[in-house]
Design a protein around this ligand. Structure first.
Ligand code: ZN
Length: 266
């Protein structure tokens, strides 16, 4: 457990290592949780004068693939530091022509297809069934909605990866979701179990396996994702910087009460 009393951050950021430069006066904290070490050291500092804690989801040098991200340690590390709200950034593939590369979107729903990931803090004897009917924090989404994002809502389908989709898979997924990603699950669900607000901001980087009937929408390559995400980084930084000063001191969203009525047993 980290022992920081003064200047404890209430806002956590999980995203690409490009965000290190966003944090003023950053100091690295080597954190160990009961679930192991997070993906990276936790970078503590200020964004737009607001105390934040940042974790690079794939490690400082992008060495951790999506299915190996220590999701529980990342969430637990932020919780130990006093974080009540998490803003996450995510590269996504588009499954619909209306979600274009270069645009930003806010997730409001997800569909999970991953398997074998450790996706709960409650393996017994304490048994908990949290509600994820509305998995993303309504308060944080409302704040980000007013800040020039192209899509205020959208469903993301979460796949294991690390490979990209076949055309048939992509067509199938497009019936259920606008976007595809490899890391939203279980990150968002674990945050809910800890009563932490969670906002998922998506940067659309590509068209997954291409779009039916649209020869210009070519299947994605990783180089394309990396290049596009770097280009979006400036917008994401601007958005987060503008957001953090609008986040009210006290929460009115109910995310913190996620365990009420969710516990099994006598
Ligand atoms: Zn909330």
């Amino acid at each position: 457990m980290a022992v920081l009393i003064q200047g404890m951050p209430k806002i956590g950021i999980i995203g690409g290592s490009g965000f290190y430069s966003l944090i003023e006066g950053a100091r690295g904290e080597d954190v160990e949780t009961e679930y192991g070490r997070p993906s990276s050291g936790v970078s503590l500092g200020k964004v737009n004068s607001i105390e934040v804690a940042f974790i690079a989801r794939h490690g400082e040098g992008h060495t951790i693939p999506p299915h190996k991200v220590p999701y529980k340690a990342n969430i637990a590390a932020l919780e130990d530091l006093g974080v009540e709200r998490i803003i996450s950034t995510n590269a996504v593939g588009s499954l619909r022509p209306s979600y274009k590369p270069g645009e930003l979107a806010l997730f409001d729903q997800f569909v999970n297809t991953t398997h074998g990931r450790d996706d709960t803090f409650f393996h017994g004897p304490e048994v908990v069934h949290v509600s994820l009917a509305e998995p993303y924090c309504s308060e944080l989404r409302a704040i980000a909605s007013g800040m020039g994002v192209e899509h205020r809502s959208g469903t993301v389908i979460v796949v294991d990866g690390p490979r990209f989709s076949t055309k048939a898979e992509s067509r199938w997924y497009s019936a259920y979701a606008e976007m595809i990603n490899m890391t939203q699950y279980p990150e968002v669900a674990l945050a809910r179990e800890k009563g932490i607000c969670y906002l998922g901001i998506a940067a659309v980087t590509d068209y997954d396996a291409g779009l039916e009937g649209n020869p210009d929408a070519k299947p994605v390559t990783y180089d394309e994702v990396r290049g596009r995400f770097s280009a979006d980084m400036a917008r994401l930084k601007q958005l987060i910087s503008a957001m953090v000063v609008k986040v009210p001191e006290n929460r009115a969203c109910g995310c913190g009460d996620s365990l009420e009525g969710a516990r099994a047993g006598p």
